[in-house]
Design a binder for this molecule. Sequence first.
Ligand code: F6P
Length: 553
Amino acid sequence: MSTERTFSPGKKNTTPLTERSAYTALVAHFEQASGLQLRDLFAADPQRAEKFSLEAAGLFLDYSKNRITAETVSLLLALARESGLQEHIAAMFAGEKINITENRSVLHVALRSARTDVYVSDGHNVVPEVHDVLDRMAAFASRVRSGEWKGYSGKPIRNVVNIGIGGSDLGPVMAYEALRYYARRDMIFRFVSNVDGTDFAESVHDLLPDETLFIIASKTFTTLETMTNAHTARQWLLAAAKDPAHTAKHFVAVSTNAGEVAAFGIDTANMFGFWDWVGGRYSMDSAIGLSTMLAVGPENFTRLLAGFRAMDTHFRTAPLEHNMPVIMGLLAVWYNNFFGAQTVAVLPYDQYLKRFPAYLQQLTMESNGKSVTLSGERVDYETGPIFWGEPGTNGQHSFYQLIHQGTKLIPCDFIGFAQSLNPLGNHHHLLMANVFAQAEALAFGKTEAQVRLEGTPEWLVPHRTFDGNRPSNVILAQKLTPEILGALVALYEHSVFTQGAIFAIDSFDQWGVELGKVLAKKIAAELAAPDDYTLQHDPSTNALLRRYRQYRQ
Ligand code: F6P
């Protein structure tokens, strides 16, 4: 890697966030706004729901149940402008190297380009190579799905096991679960990520090797967990297949690193590439999505990309005040930096989106969990919030108590669909009634007077009172289609981008994961060393390692 800093802050605003004039104006505005009550805001303006809602790429966002006024929104938009958000968006789409610490373009938007689009990185249009890989993926997926691609014993592939971690796992597994309705039901899809041998063992225990295809998905092809699982997978296959030549029919790779793929023993003809301008957590629509394509087929994968593209176009072209990812990003900044909210809860009311919160955790927290600015100064303000969540209605029976009556402010994103993919009796109305009821209860609560009117004994009144004034967004779409999933993921990608632009951080590197990896390698060697090997860690780590060795005896 070059030691030169190639990035010139140029158009981006390097004035510390807290010294920008729009920020100062927001601090002053917050003095009154923090006291706003959603009950009063709605009572004062019957048009509030219409005013604070947006539609884009098949998604409808109602953000009226936020602790904002028109002035709040206009000040937040001023902050976005002063922070250079529009220039930053233009720079990303133009392929500028906005990932400054790795000196890379950030062009995941090119992954879902139309064939005629032009996206340039390092002076050349990347679109033809994107489509070349997509075409190769489609041809391969069709051969596997039709049974033309055979395993070593001549049987077609019935099982696909994706081995990857982080962005090479969370996107594929989330998309597989989300689009399961559209997936081949006569094929089994499994996802192995953890270096814990249990993950591999349990994933393959009921699979036949001669019907199993492994996708080794790793941008770098050096990740410890993935490579360990990949070697174990090869042993598992060879225990049955015997002849190493048979691995060719059972292993394909998805990576940017052809050298390591070849060194592992996978023919690069069976490798699907992507590029250093695709961040791991932004890669589910690259070749990393091969398992998704195998599951749902090339046509549905194309529909997924079209949904991403629709949201990209909206993000790039809509005025900031009508721009859904911008508005969501600014609301996140409002709660994070002014109200001091530490977390955001993502609450999808669709069982198919059960891995969506886990997926968003990497997207949001690996992107914006930073504490130095683009110019290397330590921030004196909060950056990315913690994302967490569970599908509704399960969360209602576990952690919603704290959201309703706890001492912490937790802005919530509810996600729901008008039509169920599995319409069964009254289930869907009941499910969606809960979305609307929860958002309503959080916003408006239940006053002491209302509780008393119900005849509640006085001593119980405080316990049964709901303060309300707890903010939420509600995202609605007609039904969970591949297009809608693409639009939803792109919505959060660009909301994260918006927040990163305001925080003036590099949302596309992840140096914070390195130290633990280095130490784990060192310790792994020490665990295999003789007992008299002198440990040179801190006293706590040394004692833990000795205890581990002792238990192993
Ligand atoms: O350790 C974090 C990380 O680098 C993620 O950013 C990435 O998605 C994951 O590891 C997997 O990396 P790779 O695809 O190179 O195996």
